[in-house]
Design a protein around this ligand. Structure first.
Ligand SMILES: Nc1ncnc2c1ncn2[C@@H]1O[C@H](COP(=O)(O)OP(=O)(O)OP(=O)(O)O)[C@@H](O)[C@H]1O
Length: 582
């Protein structure tokens, strides 16, 4: 087993089976686009000749590793976007030899030439940031991490954010992809006003967020937050164009929410009525003026309100859609996932509103008013096995229900799991995450993510992170039911151990580990071997080999609860009744 160290991956193999854990079998998923593609000066990754452009382009692209190759070169690039067996053997030997695994961070280029090392995985150090990090053979073997990054995890406690920089493929040969992707990670729980504004001013944008962080996930806001026009936009069903776009995305195989649409809801004669049924006029919602804001997230803020009872009002930031006239349609596509959900462990959607510049939805207010994240990391509560099992089952049931509705959560984290009470969770924030949202405000390249976003993403998602943010491919990320299962495994782990998966590693290290097929380390948790195996199977590097959530739920239900042991009492017991002795 590969064990984690504070810096990277410790490497004491405990069994001869260890190497099998490193298997990184992500076969290429070639697809030929039928869309008009302008490839500019892009070249075939194999032969380095131009790809050409047009409708009938003779090149194909791998959905997993994003390689673009001529159709005739396809057969020559090998059958895996991951590591070659030779490379894996080499890496594994190296990990063992170097005892604590740090060596693999020191000199990635010392690994013998291999397509997969040079290209799908990123490399340190960053040439653009630190000259000592040259990728040529004269590069020093000492770690030369980019500015702002240290190997010491205590840097995570630095205020708000630092720029995490990692370099994906070989910059020289990866023409057009040679910029460094940047993850701006909230080091606090959420970016504060000034931090958001600082970033947005940098990009000539304005942010409407205001307030100061009071505690985890809780922000005291200004009253202006509630002001603004309360005119409601004309409620119209999404246009044909929007529906087609949505379906096209879905044909990419990753966004299936289209099935959640009842055709009469979209186009049928009842479309207007259907949307009207779930429309709430913004002005009919009353807000708690003294403490309106429950919390603020990456995509908006949550307010405490009153609408025929206590409600939570989630106001979304739609600035990532630059064309203002398209925001309403995009927003409807996002909330459509909520419209059709009715499950005891899913936040109850009550309606949505679209005011002038305000987009949001009204949900039932979670009584507990705290997330599972708060419970585990704020209150530092230790959950007993029975509670973990119960909550895990509820999460499984809720997310597998979403899957039956063809909705992919995409962002399953303990922050998005609210506690009604200690025995009941409700899932929220599903289907909202998009790379387009994470890539806003747009800048050179990179993403703004929540602090622990990287921990729970599946390896196939990590493999898709690129320096070059491509607006037209941003929805091409392979989110799937299987990636939800991976994230579920992380949540389950968190409930069992009280800490995040890969908790000692920096985001770029986590991404590297995921790209290398290295799974989270399971510490000595007190649960049966059967449960451990089930948990680890959620992290299978081959997405299709992960169990489904309904399978997991069935197994959790089937595993017998700990039998009560009839111990002999420590005090004398009258075995026979008084009368019987006579
Ligand atoms: N229905 C609800 N009832 C009560 N509180 C809620 C509800 N929905 C969200 N919250 C709380 O509002 C706060 C902000 O939630 P939001 O989903 O916007 O961000 P987040 O999940 O905390 O952060 P991130 O950006 O990492 O997703 C959180 O503290 C969350 O617990």
């Amino acid at each position: 087993m590969i064990q984690s160290s504070s810096m990277g991956f410790a490497t004491t193999p405990k069994s001869p089976k260890a190497s099998s854990r490193l298997v990184h079998a992500i076969p290429h998923k070639w697809h030929r686009s039928t869309k008009f593609r302008f490839s500019g000066d892009a070249v075939c990754h194999f032969c380095q000749r131009p790809l050409g452009f047009g409708f009938l382009n003779a090149w194909e692209k791998c959905r997993s590793c994003k390689w673009k190759v001529h159709t005739q070169c396809k057969g020559r690039v090998g059958d895996s976007c991951g590591l070659t067996p030779d490379h894996l053997r080499f890496l594994f030997d190296k990990l063992i030899q170097e005892n604590n695994g740090l060596g693999m961070w020191k000199d990635p280029q010392s690994v013998p030439g291999s397509r997969s090392m040079n290209e799908p995985a990123f490399q340190f150090p960053d040439t653009a940031i630190d000259s000592s990090s040259s990728t040529n053979s004269s590069a020093p073997s000492t770690p030369a991490l980019p500015a702002g990054i240290t190997g010491n995890v205590t840097s995570l406690t630095a205020p708000y954010r630092s720029e995490r920089k990692f370099l994906f493929p070989d910059t020289e040969s990866y023409s057009g992809h040679n910029r460094v992707p940047i993850l701006v990670i909230s080091e606090g729980d959420h970016p504060s006003t000034s931090e958001i504004q600082m970033e947005t001013e940098n990009h000539n944008r304005t942010a409407s967020l205001s307030g100061k962080i009071e505690s985890e996930g809780t922000i005291v806001g200004n009253q202006e937050d509630l002001s603004g026009s309360q005119d409601t936009d004309a409620e119209v069903p999404p246009s044909q164009e929007a529906v087609d776009k949505f379906n096209k995305r879905a044909e990419g195989g990753f966004t299936w929410e289209r099935h959640a649409w009842n055709m009469s809801t979209i186009r049928g004669p009842n479309a207007q009525a259907s949307w009207n049924e779930v429309t709430i006029q913004f002005e009919t919602i009353e807000f708690d003026k003294s403490a309106p804001i429950i919390g603020r997230g990456r995509f908006g803020k949550v307010l405490r309100g009153y609408h025929y009872g206590d409600v939570a009002v989630k106001v979304y930031n739609m600035d990532h859609i630059s064309d203002v006239s398209k925001r309403a349609e995009e927003f409807k596509l996002e909330v459509s996932a909520y419209k059709n959900t009715r499950h005891d462990n899913i936040a109850l959607f009550l309606g949505y509103f679209m005011s002038d510049g305000k987009y949001g939805m009204v949900m039932s207010l979670s009584r507990g008013s705290q997330s599972l994240y708060n419970l585990l990391h704020g209150a530092r509560e230790k959950l007993d096995l029975a509670t973990v099992r119960k909550l895990a089952q509820q999460i499984c049931q809720a997310v597998s229900y979403l899957h039956t509705k063809k909705i992919i959560h995409k962002d399953l984290r303990t922050k998005n799991i609210l506690l009604e009470n200690k025995n009941k969770v409700v899932i929220t924030d599903f289907g909202i995450l998009s790379m387009k949202r994470l890539a806003y405000p747009k800048w050179k390249s990179g993403y703004y993510t929540s602090k622990y976003w990287t921990n729970n993403i599946a390896p196939e998602i990590a493999l898709h992170l690129r320096a070059e943010y491509d607006e037209y491919e941003c929805d091409d990320f392979p989110f799937s039911e299987n990636s939800d299962v991976y994230s579920f495994g992380c949540v389950w782990f968190e409930m069992l151990t009280g800490s995040m998966v890969y908790s000692t590693e920096l985001p770029h290290q986590m991404i590297f580990a995921k790209c290398q097929g290295i799974r989270p380390v399971l510490p000595n948790v007190k649960c049966t071997q059967e449960l451990k195996e089930l948990l680890v199977s959620c992290w299978n590097t081959v997405p299709q080999e992960r169990p489904t959530l309904s399978d997991i739920n069935s197994k959790l239900t089937a595993i017998p609860k700990k039998q009560r042991v009839n111990r002999s009492p420590s005090f004398p017991v009258m075995m026979k009744s008084y009368e019987s002795t006579f």
